[in-house]
Design a protein around this ligand. Structure first.
Ligand SMILES: C[S@@+](CC[C@H](N)C(=O)[O-])C[C@H]1O[C@@H](n2cnc3c(N)ncnc32)[C@H](O)[C@@H]1O
Length: 242
């Protein structure tokens, strides 16, 4: 796995984007930047096994290099799910396809290049959006979540993981400091952390946990629950009524 040194000089030439250079180091970046990434996927796998029938079709919107779907397919072999990952970055999808081939999963994992804000989601039973909604323009998020609701049958499931912000000002600063402590422990320097933060400033716009819950409830999901929270990182499950 190539090491993420993109911001090691501390200089920021442009806003962060999911370009070829990011795709090259993305798995290392994710492992060192998202706390409890694997734990969240494990929780997701347990919930999907509870909620969805065998043979279901599961979409991962903003699938990047396919890690989430690959892990789910390894953790849930008996569920016989069909997995479809969608992303608009071709370099990410190249990585996803080669990882899927390496693990012998091409029969169950499919990767499509498309725009998740408007692509069709035929036969979806479950839809995952893992640290991706935060990159969509805030004003488009409600319509996006409503589309997910409409694409699902009764009993369908959405899993939403996000970096969040807290409206409790002092605690929000504490949470951010604690997160930066996590990144330092992962080997990022203060300079790198500050540069990445600057590059993400207008690109990753976090909502609060309450705002994300409201998006899901407003779209029509009748059961919405947090299943993971670590300071400013959360994962939610939402169920469409029967
Ligand atoms: C932080 S990454 C997601 C990580 C991934 N879900 C995982 O768990 O490993 C966000 C991804 O969303 C994709 N993305 C952002 N906006 C998109 C859009 N409108 N259509 C398709 N993909 C999009 C980016 O290319 C990027 O790969």
């Amino acid at each position: 796995m190539a090491e993420d040194t993109l911001y090691s000089t501390g200089t920021v030439e442009e806003d962060f984007s999911f370009n070829d250079r990011v795709a090259e180091v993305f798995d290392d970046m994710l492992a060192r930047s998202i706390p409890y990434y694997r734990t969240v996927i494990e929780g997701m796998a347990q919930l999907l096994a509870c909620r969805l029938p065998a043979g279901s079709t599961l979409y991962d919107l903003g699938c990047a290099t396919g890690t989430t779907l690959l892990e789910l397919s390894r953790q849930l072999p008996a569920m016989d799910f069909q997995y479809i990952g969608i992303d608009n970055a071709s370099a990410m999808l190249d990585k996803a396809r080669s990882k899927s081939a390496m693990y012998g999963k091409t029969a169950v994992l499919e990767f499509r290049q498309d725009d998740i804000t408007c692509c069709a989601l035929p036969a979806a039973n479950g839809i995952i959006c893992n640290y991706t909604l935060q990159f969509l323009r805030p004003l488009t998020r409600q319509a996006f979540v409503r589309r997910l609701f409409e694409a699902l049958p009764a009993g369908g499931v959405v899993i939403l993981s996000e970096k969040t912000i807290s409206h409790a000002g002092r605690l929000n600063r504490d949470f951010i400091d604690i997160y930066h402590g996590f990144k330092k422990k992962q080997g990022y320097s203060e300079l790198e952390i500050a540069a990445k933060r600057e590059a993400l400033e207008n690109v990753l716009i976090p909502f609060s946990l309450q705002e994300n819950i409201a998006l899901l409830q407003e779209a029509g999901f009748d059961e919405v629950e947090t299943f993971f929270k670590w300071f400013n990182f959360t994962a939610l499950i939402a169920l469409k009524g029967l």
